[in-house]
Design a protein around this ligand. Structure first.
Ligand SMILES: [Zn+2]
Length: 233
């Protein structure tokens, strides 16, 4: 497909982020979002649930975590599962259940293929630094359930078996057929435009390449802050 039909197909699927979407994402995450190239999934009301980030940030840093869960109600619910030890249980099952393990490898491969496609259509191109590196512990471990749930929401049911399980497990707090947005984030005050968080929030970034990228991102953020502080002085 040439560029125009791809854009139209994305638009029809509600994946092209509007200014209002980016504003909502910044409010949901309480920091300004950057390099969001698509909306991975939406609430029934239309609000973003998942931010799809380019595989290379505009700063040049490789970014393996394509699907970032943004909705506070879902992130909180998934955090409860993590706190209750669901990841340990999943890791044990991955060790003993070869069918599950195979499906999880397939999810990893699907993630990488999607990321390549997103890189191609967002103009990022290939990102060799993170070749074969997905996120959340895939393909052999579960290190971050938020990543798996973000993947499941963006890819749809049947792609990531453990993300799908986690979504079922949060059903008492969130289901895809209902809107849980009211009161879930600040809609009154100005949307965050400067990153005041002390650390870059990451939902995974466990692998060495990602950790290096994260350190570089923190360094860049610190340098930018120092420059801003100097400008203020
Ligand atoms: Zn909603």
């Amino acid at each position: 497909m040439t560029e125009q039909p791809i854009r139209e197909a994305l638009d029809a699927a509600g994946r092209v982020p509007s200014e209002a979407d980016l504003d909502t994402l910044s409010r949901q995450l309480n920091r300004p979002v950057r390099d969001v190239v698509e909306i991975g999934a939406r609430c029934v009301c239309g609000n973003p649930l998942v931010a799809t980030t380019a595989p290379r940030l505009s700063s040049g840093i490789p970014f393996p975590t394509t699907y970032y869960l943004s909705h506070p109600v879902i992130t909180a619910a998934v955090s409860r599962l993590e706190a209750a030890g669901l990841m340990n249980e999943m890791n044990e099952r991955l060790g003993g259940d070869s069918i599950l393990a195979q499906a999880y490898v397939a999810a990893h491969e699907s993630y990488l293929a999607n990321r390549d496609a997103i890189g191609a259509r967002s103009g990022t191109g290939a990102v060799p630094e993170i070749d074969g590196v997905s996120a959340g512990g895939m393909p052999t471990r579960v290190k971050c359930l938020h990543v798996l749930v973000g993947h499941s929401l963006a890819a749809g049911e049947g792609v990531n078996p453990l993300g799908d399980e986690a979504l079922e497990a949060i059903a008492e707090w969130w289901t895809k057929d209902k809107c849980y947005c009211a009161g879930a984030w600040d809609t009154e005050s100005e949307a965050p435009s400067r990153d005041r968080s002390r650390h870059v929030k990451t939902q995974e970034l466990q692998d060495p390449a990602a950790k290096r990228a994260e350190r570089a991102a923190k360094r860049a953020a610190r340098e930018a802050q120092e420059r801003a502080a100097q400008d203020d002085a």
